[in-house]
Ligand binder design. Structure first.
Ligand code: ZN
Ligand code: ZN
Length: 236
């Protein structure tokens, strides 16, 4: 549920948020999202002006296009602030009106229990409120920091319950991820016997990091099993 900690080091993409409409852009389970959005927007005493520049989606790919950044596959929610772009006077004159506005972008993982959807919306709106107040906080420890205290206060759920919920949802997210990218290859060190499960084959020779910190052909990993390849083909 963190905002991106550092600028993406991979490709430099430009944010492409959706056009500003009269109402916030909401893509996903509309009735539920609108309900909790309104509930916590009012509780946090956020303004109508900020609501108009909000866009929320439950689609990971869409969120990445909007923000121009990659989204951690384990993230259950994410808030991203897009500042007004630095433009020359000439560019400003010809830019569409909504390009001259800042934007709030939120992602909410759809495959979660109802209570988790609610608290994740509350959580991301706390990040948004912090930003609006000019005091964005970073997580020191998810579920244990000042943001977690605020989340408990605003939702009325005990902080221990919120921690348990976060843990449960993280495990189920991990299971989904594993099912999509099963471990197909198991490599083993000829020295210590340590196994290295992999979703893909290594593209070059790799040696055991436990036996030698630098590449050492004596401990070159050997492919010992290719589980999953056959099951994938027969699962039609
Ligand atoms: Zn967070
Ligand atoms: Zn080894």
């Amino acid at each position: 549920m963190a905002t991106t900690r550092r600028p993406s080091r991979s490709r430099t993409l430009f944010p492409a948020p959706p056009p500003v409409q009269e109402a916030p852009v909401i893509h996903g389970d509309l009735a539920v999202l609108e309900h909790w959005l309104k509930h916590y927007w009012d509780k946090l005493q956020l303004s109508q002006a900020e609501l108009n520049v909000l866009a929320l989606t439950q689609d990971r790919q869409e969120y990445m296009r909007w923000t121009g950044k990659r989204l951690n596959t384990m993230a259950l929610g994410c808030y991203c602030y897009i500042p007004v772009p630095a433009l020359s006077a000439r560019q400003r004159a010809s830019a569409p009106a909504d390009v001259l506005l800042h934007r709030h972008l939120i992602f909410i993982e759809p495959a979660m229990q109802a209570k988790s959807i609610e608290v994740t919306i509350a959580h991301e709106l706390i990040h948004l409120a912090d930003r609006v107040q000019g005091n964005p906080r970073r997580h020191r420890h998810h579920g244990y920091d000042s943001i977690a205290i605020d989340e408990a206060a605003i939702t009325g759920y005990p902080v221990e319950d919120l921690r348990a919920l976060l843990h449960e949802e993280s495990l189920s997210r991990e299971r989904v991820r594993r099912a999509r990218r099963p471990i197909r290859y198991v490599y083993q060190c000829p020295g210590c016997g340590k196994q290295y499960p992999r979703t893909r084959r290594y593209s070059q020779a790799v040696s055991c990091s436990s036996c030698d910190k630098v590449y050492n052909p004596r401990y070159c990993l050997a492919l010992v099993s290719t589980n999953g390849t056959d099951t994938a083909q027969s699962s039609t």
